[in-house]
Design a protein. Sequence first.
Length: 97
Amino acid sequence: MATESTPRTRKAGAFDIRLIIALLTGVYGIVLTIMGAAFTDDADMTKAAGVNINLWAGIALLIFTALFVLWAVLRPIRVPEEPTDVPNEPTDGTTAE
């Protein structure tokens, strides 16, 4: 009786593109939130029609970042593991005789 084994997988971890995107948007979100909260004056508010656009864009980016991290944690990318017990296969692309 032959049984087919399911291929072993592992999580992509730090190589998951969603975490890289979350890192970048998180940094921009933090910078914009700080700029909007601490360094926005009345002249900037007047230019933006009375809206603190840096603050709102920073908060939106932080929410986006949280959603991406949540997505990556709840639905991790699975990468098939390479078999380690391959018998004498050449690595230079030639065939064994």
